[in-house]
Design a protein around this ligand. Structure first.
Ligand code: ATP
Length: 336
């Protein structure tokens, strides 16, 4: 296993109090696999995956757990040790390409800086490598002289992927890499990314709120809700046989990328405030299948090989799935 996240708990010290953004999260990233982390905004996805880079806001506190990269615990590393791994072993593509690229520098210069400063390359070698990286992501070498604002959104995202790949990392963490793009461009960028992933045998963690992106590119999926993992497993099994009503709801809420039209139904309401999360199942208030037992913490239920869901009713998932497909199931549910 390339990366193992175990019982990870991360708090933010906020003026309102301590916000537990990640609450006991577990997942694995096998070498060469693409793992999707999916959930609505505010569910703790970014916090959980940023923790792997240890580049966190100063208010963030690692409260518990471990993140093991090839046997070494990232949480316990000194800043100096951690710096050795960034870019070389782990690279991060942030939510907006504008966060990866500095607007005042030519794009090529920014890539060269990583290659020379972090990778110890000569300027000449860095220039050749930058051209190679641009070719890999489908950009012309002459565009290395451009500034980020001269690029379209899709090109900027390609450039930030090139930047992440500069020092041939083993693991790329891409946070909502295509969210700001229109659907056609989304597919093109995802196709390039997937080709590179296969060609370079990269391990990827892809964060998204859009389960159709997960269906399109991922091998495994981790579904997060209100700081916790509610379901995880191989993508095909989780999407064909979801065991948690939240996964069923997310699937109904997004159109398939390039797939056939089907009726969409949003999950009403929004995730709870993590300053004071509800007891028991955190999805209870928005769940059409909630029962009294849901006031207690949900048990882990095995649905298939490597596929688990944390839900009191996961044993009845087969019947619930059929009911969940009807749009009226999701209307007027919110109870809090
Ligand atoms: N710097 C911070 N200080 C305090 N609270 C924070 C901070 N960053 C995030 N949070 C809180 O932590 C929780 C999880 O946020 P996080 O950004 O990890 O979620 P997310 O699922 O990635 O959402 P998004 O897609 O909007 O980034 C939220 O309740 C958020 O308000």
């Amino acid at each position: 296993m390339l990366l193992e996240v175990r019982d990870l708990v991360i708090d933010y010290r906020a003026t309102r109090g301590r916000v537990r953004a990640v609450d006991g999260v577990n997942f694995n990233v096998p070498a060469g696999a693409v793992v999707g982390v999916v959930g609505e905004s505010g569910c703790g996805k970014t916090t959980a995956v940023r923790a792997i880079t240890r580049v966190m806001p100063s208010s963030a506190v690692f409260a518990e757990g471990s993140i093991t990269l090839e046997g070494e615990d990232i949480v316990q590393m000194s800043d100096r040790e951690m710096r050795k791994h960034l870019w070389r072993d782990i690279a991060y593509v942030p939510q907006s390409a504008m966060n990866a690229l500095d607007p005042v520098w030519r794009v090529g210069k920014q890539i060269e800086e990583v290659l020379v400063g972090r990778g110890g390359m000569t300027k000449k070698a860095a220039r050749a490598r930058s051209e190679e990286l641009f070719a890999m992501v489908g950009l012309e070498a002459k565009r290395l002289r451009d500034y980020p604002h001269q690029f379209s959104g899709g090109m900027r995202q390609r450039a930030s992927i090139a930047l992440a790949l500069a020092l041939s990392p083993k693991l790329v963490i891409a946070d909502e890499p295509v969210t700001a793009l229109d659907v056609v461009i989304q597919r093109q960028v995802l196709d390039t990314f997937t080709e590179l992933q296969k060609q370079l045998n990269l391990s990827v963690i892809l964060v998204t709120h859009d389960i159709s992106v997960v269906a399109y590119v991922c091998d495994y999926v981790v579904v997060m809700y209100a700081g916790k993992v509610v379901e995880s497993g191989p993508v095909a099994d989780v999407l064909d046989n979801p065991g948690h009503p939240y996964t069923m709801g997310l699937y109904n809420a997004f159109p398939e990328l390039g797939g056939e039209d089907r009726e969409l139904s949003p999950i009403e309401g929004s995730p709870p405030d993590l300053l004071n999360p509800p007891k028991g199942c955190r999805f209870r208030a928005r769940c059409p299948f909630a029962i009294d037992a849901c006031l207690q913490d949900p048990p882990e239920h095995t649905i298939g090989e490597g596929h688990v869901a944390n839900c009191h009713r996961a044993g009845e998932a087969g019947e619930l799935r059929e009911i969940a497909k009807r749009t009226e199931t999701w209307v007027g549910v919110t109870s809090e």
